[in-house]
Design a protein around this ligand. Structure first.
Ligand code: NAD
Length: 462
């Protein structure tokens, strides 16, 4: 147990304004592994002022120099990769191998991509008799969740810094330790004082104070729809730009011509990965009625293999929430073919990898984001029916389509109301825009589209 002090504000670790702390708990054994200060509005104000003061200098820094700082930051993350993976494993509970391969590696790729983009992006363009300048939007507030704790910070900080913005980050209560490690890497990368600031604290206190601060120009939020809605309302009152990355209920559409075993196995792995705590997870599997029974059997077998291999969910509240959804699925008439609501272990916030068959569109488990290792398998009659079901939720973050022929899969994907679709198991691309249609959010992260979120244009006419 270690008591961590201070907030990273204006280029140094400074004592928090208040005395309160947040306990960080290891979800595997429920032991307190550390405490961090619970920031208040006073800390937030100091951080926003530091970011405001640093803005003119950083905005005027040549993109090549901003790129050099980002490249140094990427190198710092590489040097700390083991420590990052171990820290995420300790506070999120994910197996160490997954923490290394995803929680540590993806932020390195994203930071690297923005080092390159900052150096190559055209911050000035000509159109007719005008020159258009792409200027930083200003001071950014980044409020992030715990499920990919470092990735979600880097996906906001790296493009903001590349754009010439300054930033204040408020990480999730459950995972502040990796955020502190990141602050150290930023410091060592030579990013000037005040350009990046970190305030740990509770959402309704520090998070809300940050979203409400008049010195903030853009709020970039990832998390629940309920909080996203609230942040959008606050931003509306101040005509502040907002970027929201919210929930999902993505469809994995297996067309009749697909390689069924591959589509089902990859689909189950996608849902169980990170213990189901992935906003873009394909939590609804859609299978043609002729192949439905076979798919259910394959999925049940695949899920059973995950029994001991997945980590817990992040905290007791999430565990209870996920188990509540499983109970609701049973109560509403879905058929459990793997897992269930019972606790698989006495200690730790574990949930059994769970698969439901005979799920119908109207069921809660087919509509709401569960955020745990729970897959719902639905049956469709024909392609039009599959499309109607796939598009039949308030969300539209991601999805997958499998077919014997890539053209057939692409044609279907083009009709889906969603921001990202993996074709026949397509791989993650850190340059592809990530973000939602419908209630999954506003704006895009990653790559050049993610950079554009932090820029505004000024046109000069000649
Ligand atoms: P949350 O939305 O409460 O938390 C996300 C971030 O927002 C945290 O940093 C939190 O401190 C902050 N926050 C909370 N209340 C705030 C407020 N009033 N003002 C400003 N900031 C505030 O999410 P949660 O409670 O950790 O998780 C609940 C559910 O949200 C999950 O079960 C899941 O469905 C969803 N979720 C989605 C994502 C995603 O990536 N889209 C990530 C995490 C959680």
């Amino acid at each position: 147990m270690k008591a961590y002090d201070g907030m990273y504000i204006g280029g140094a670790w400074r004592p928090a304004a208040g005395q309160d702390v947040i306990e960080v708990v290891n979800p595997v054994d429920e032991q307190v592994i550390g405490t961090v200060p619970a920031g208040t509005a006073e800390d937030v104000d100091a951080a926003v002022r530091a970011a405001r003061d640093a803005l003119p200098g950083w905005a005027a820094t040549p993109p090549a120099e901003r790129a050099a700082r980002l490249a140094a930051l990427r190198d710092g993350l590489v040097a700390r990769a083991d420590e990052i993976a171990e820290t995420v494993t300790a506070e999120l509970g994910s197996p160490l191998k997954f923490s290394q391969a995803v929680h540590a590696a993806v932020p390195i790729a994203v930071a690297g991509s923005y080092a390159e983009l900052a150096a190559t992006y055209s911050f000035e363009e000509k159109t007719g008799n005008s020159v258009v300048h792409h200027e930083p939007i200003g001071v950014v507030a980044a409020i992030t969740p715990w499920n990919y704790p470092l990735h979600q910070i880097v996906a906001k900080v790296a493009p903001a810094l590349a754009a010439g913005c300054t930033i204040v980050v408020k990480p999730a209560e459950d995972t502040p330790l990796v955020a502190r490690l990141f602050a150290e890497a930023v410091h060592e990368a030579g990013v000037p004082a005040g350009v990046f600031n970190l305030v740990t604290g509770l959402g309704p206190v520090a998070g809300q104070a940050l979203a409400e601060h008049p010195g903030v120009d853009l709020v970039s939020f990832t998390g629940s729809t309920a909080v996203g809605r609230r942040i959008a309302a606050i931003a509306a009152g101040q005509i502040k730009k907002v970027a929201l990355e919210l929930g999902g209920k993505s469809a994995n559409v297996i067309l009749p011509t697909a390689d069924l075993a591959k589509a089902v196995n990859v689909g189950v792995a996608n849902v169980m990965s990170n213990s189901g705590q992935t906003c873009s997870a394909w939590t609804r599997m859609l299978v043609h009625r002729d192949r439905y029974d076979e798919a259910v059997e394959l999925a049940a077998t695949a899920a059973a293999k995950y029994g001991d291999r997945i980590g817990p969910v992040v905290n007791a509240k999430q565990r209870d929430r996920v188990r509540g959804y499983i109970e609701k699925g049973v109560a509403e008439g879905a058929r459990l073919v793997a897992g269930g609501p019972e606790a698989p272990r006495e200690t730790g916030f574990f949930v059994s990898p769970t698969v439901f068959a005979d799920v119908t569109e109207d069921m809660t488990i087919a509509q709401e984001e569960i955020f745990g290792p729970v897959l719902s398998i639905l049956q469709y009659e024909d392609e039009e029916d599959a499309l109607r079901i796939a598009n039949g939720t308030v969300y539209g973050l991601a999805g997958a389509v499998w077919a014997g022929d890539e053209t057939e899969a692409v044609a279907f994907a083009r009709r889906m109301d969603t921001g990202q679709v993996d074709i026949n198991g397509g791989r993650f691309n850190p340059l592809a825009p990530f973000g939602g249609y419908k209630q999954s959010g506003v704006g895009r992260e990653l790559g050049v589209h993610g950079l554009a979120e932090y820029l505004q244009t000024k046109s000069l006419q000649f």
